[in-house]
Write a protein that binds this ligand. Structure first.
Ligand code: PMT
Length: 417
């Protein structure tokens, strides 16, 4: 009865998978949840309100202007009643409406009015799912922390094969359980994250930097805060809003990032270095603009090494946190990632293959291969590796945080034994 006392508002939209909703309600109720149903007009063509009322044991509503429904519980009260809103199946249409903030029927209005988390289980024809606009809408929802569960791939009712099948009711019920168990799973932990690029000035108008947007690091900070951690985000110069419940420290240079990181590290349970830090800075910053030299085709700017932030944190003798680094590599990914894992003495390195233009720097999506220190073989050439496949950075960040926590807890237990 892991969902005992939890109140789930199930929104059903007009897709063939709606016929699975009575089973979904049954599974949620079996786990102890109280389920109320809101349907769109189209959904009533796939499953009857009477069936849903019988399994949920509540009156089913689908009309924003139903005076009897408003008398028993107004739509605003209903929006406040829920601990979680799940839309399953979620059609391309409701996804587009939510992405735009439309409120033209009861379900979309409830979604705008609820302060509680919203999860969606997309279900539609595979081509509609792959359509650029649907993908953009899903990315916008993920950015706003809407939980996106699925879709599954396979045979579709229309005869097509591909992604677009609603995730099975049993899996959705487990996802909801997982959500409630992980939503406070990191309470009591402090997680420090570095994100974005650094800027190293050459003169008053020029600098050395890179294309890091900060999106990956901000998504990690957001995921950790959502799971209840105290999160400190040390951010290079980026144009991103600070995620909710995250303390942000803005820095510009690698040296500033180093100073902030060293201050935070010993109070942190976990330190995640996602920033793309400039390895070098100018030995001297010209006070005035460096002028073009008419008689010289070359100029020489001497660069000096910046401190290695993550390696310094990992070498702390006292109160060393669990340390995670990132490696953006375009070739020999495993070899370079392992080299960084070992030389910087990290617990985990997350490699992104930036030869794929769709991922890594300044992209909305990413894919990661994780190499763990604890599983490096004796000859130090191989480590256990896990892949987190291509998906939106917000979703990927949540998967990554769960992996880190699992390993962190295992390492704590190993220390005790
Ligand atoms: O910001 P986005 O646009 O979302 O892009 C995300 C990202 C691609 C920048 C991110 O996923 C990533 O891979 N960051 C690490 C980039 C990199 O290759 O770093 P590196 O190889 O220079 O450094 C390896 C590790 O050491 C990193 O954890 C880095 O933060 C850390 N480092 C590096 C140099 C330095 N002086 N101090 C450090 O802490």
């Amino acid at each position: 009865m892991n969902l005992a006392g939890k109140r789930i508002l199930l929104g059903i939209t007009g897709g063939i998978a709606a016929y699975k909703c009575p089973d979904l309600i049954r599974q949620l109720k079996k786990k102890g949840a109280d389920v109320r149903v809101v349907m769109t007009e189209s959904a009533t063509h796939f499953v009857t309100p009477m069936t849903l009322q019988a399994v949920s044991a509540h009156h089913v509503v689908n009309d924003l202007f139903d005076p009897t429904a408003e008398l028993s519980m107004s739509h605003i009260e209903l929006a406040k009643w829920a601990d979680l809103v799940l839309i399953a199946p979620a059609t391309a249409n409701i996804i587009a409406k939510l992405a735009c903030g439309l409120a033209d029927d009861l379900l979309s209005t409830l979604c705008l009015a609820t302060p509680e988390p919203i999860a969606i289980a997309p279900a539609m024809n595979q081509q509609m799912y792959k359509a650029k606009v649907t993908q953009q809408n899903l990315a916008r929802l993920a950015e706003r922390n809407v939980l996106i569960w699925g879709p599954d791939k396979g045979f579709q009712a229309c005869g097509d094969i591909g992604p677009g099948r609603m995730v099975e009711p049993a899996t959705l019920a487990v996802n909801i359980e997982d959500y409630f168990t992980t939503s406070n799973a990191l309470a009591g932990m402090t997680i420090t994250v570095t994100a974005g690029p650094t800027i190293e000035e050459l003169d008053p108008v020029r600098y050395i930097s890179n294309y890091s947007s900060g999106k990956m690091g901000f998504a990690i900070a957001n995921a950790a805060a959502e799971m209840g951690a105290k999160v400190v985000l040390i951010a290079g110069p980026v144009h991103l809003d600070t995620p909710a419940n995250v303390e942000r420290i803005n820095v510009k240079t690698a040296q500033e990032m180093y100073n902030a990181a060293i201050q935070q590290a010993q109070q942190s349970t976990i330190f995640i270095a996602c920033a793309a830090v400039a390895d070098y800075r100018a030995a001297t910053i010209a006070k005035q603009k460096i002028k073009k030299q008419d008689n010289n085709n070359e100029i020489v700017i001497t660069l000096v090494k910046n401190p290695d932030i993550v390696a310094s944190v990992a070498s702390l003798k006292k109160d060393r946190p669990f340390v995670v680094g990132f490696a953006a590599e375009s070739h020999n990914i495993e070899a370079y990632a392992l080299k960084k894992l070992i030389t910087k003495n990290l617990d985990l390195i997350c490699a992104n293959d930036i030869s794929n233009q769709q991922i890594g720097f300044n992209a909305d999506q990413n894919a990661l291969t994780l190499y763990w220190q604890h599983s490096i073989t004796a000859n130090e050439k191989k480590s256990e590796q896990e892949t987190l496949p291509l998906c939106n950075k917000q979703i990927l960040a949540k998967q990554l945080i769960k992996k880190i926590i699992q390993r962190y807890k295992a390492s704590q237990n190993e220390k005790k034994n």
